[in-house]
Design a protein around this ligand. Structure first.
Ligand code: UDP
Length: 249
């Protein structure tokens, strides 16, 4: 357990299989998605997922900046994932650190593989993800928010892109890790999936699992993604069956 004293490690799993917040191994935290809350963006979404609060805004297809990135036969997808300085307990240095750059890159690549980029040559689809409050799983909440925002912007895509993290905590494979589980657990495996085909477009792992555990974790993640997908569709249905999704005039 490194330099962390035993007294500092919370009880992550009770003998009857309850997690630190009372969930079972295969339960998601509560998820609430609002599509289209920002008036000035081409598309937007706000996601509350457990204690995570994430806003996404999409602009485009529009002129490419910087210009030299422009591609003649397709649009490019650019993404900026940022964690607000006030989003975590400990003071986070403002701005794009290496972690944010890496997350921005993998999310941009995930969306690049699902948008019909050939329909918009020489343009950029710009995705902004702002984490306002963080409690583990923010890249997944960011993908979900950005995906709903892209749909809200009318960008044609193969499908929505649900995402979730699975992991290993106190020896058990569990769905949707919260902060303590992420910090003190044995493994964290965020993923994003195209529901139609089951194709994985984002898959990362920190920590250790056996091959059997990995297989169980992937199955659990697929099930989790399907449940998140339902919530994304519901948010878009709500947006387009009400006259105004709460955006101010
Ligand atoms: N975190 C933090 N400060 C940082 C980066 C992360 O406090 O500079 C916290 C935050 O709650 C985040 C969690 O650690 O959600 C897990 O971070 P990770 O890098 O695993 O990414 P995430 O799970 O958010 O996609």
């Amino acid at each position: 357990m490194g330099s962390v004293g035993a007294k500092d490690v919370p009880i992550l799993m009770t003998p009857d299989g309850r997690r630190i917040d009372g969930r079972r191994w295969d339960e998601l935290r509560p998820i609430h998605i609002v599509a289209g809350p920002l008036r000035q963006a081409d598309g937007s979404a706000f996601v509350e997922w457990g204690a995570n609060k994430v806003m996404a805004a999409v602009y485009g297809p529009r002129e490419v900046h910087p210009r030299h990135l422009q591609e003649n036969h397709r649009a490019i997808v650019q993404c900026r994932y940022n964690m607000a300085a006030f989003s975590v307990d400990e003071r986070k240095r403002p701005g794009l650190d290496r972690r944010s750059q890496e997350i921005s890159k993998v999310i941009a690549e995930a969306f690049d593989s699902v948008v019909f980029a050939e329909e918009f040559p020489r343009t950029s689809i710009d995705v902004y993800i702002e984490v306002l409050q963080a409690n583990a799983g923010t890249r997944c909440a960011g993908v979900v928010a950005a995906s709903v925002a892209l749909a809200d912007a009318g960008i044609p895509m193969v499908d929505l892109l649900p995402a979730v993290a699975v992991g290993k905590v106190a020896g058990e494979i569990v769905l949707d890790l919260k902060k303590e589980e992420d910090n003190f657990g044995e493994a964290d495996l965020p993923m994003a999936m195209v529901p139609q085909s089951g194709r994985m477009v984002l898959l990362q792992m920190e920590g250790h699992m056996t091959r059997d555990e990995l297989s169980k974790a992937l199955d659990l993640g697929v099930k989790g993604c399907r449940d998140v997908h339902e919530k994304m569709k519901e948010a878009l249905r709500t947006r387009y069956t009400t006259t105004d999704a709460g955006a101010e005039a």
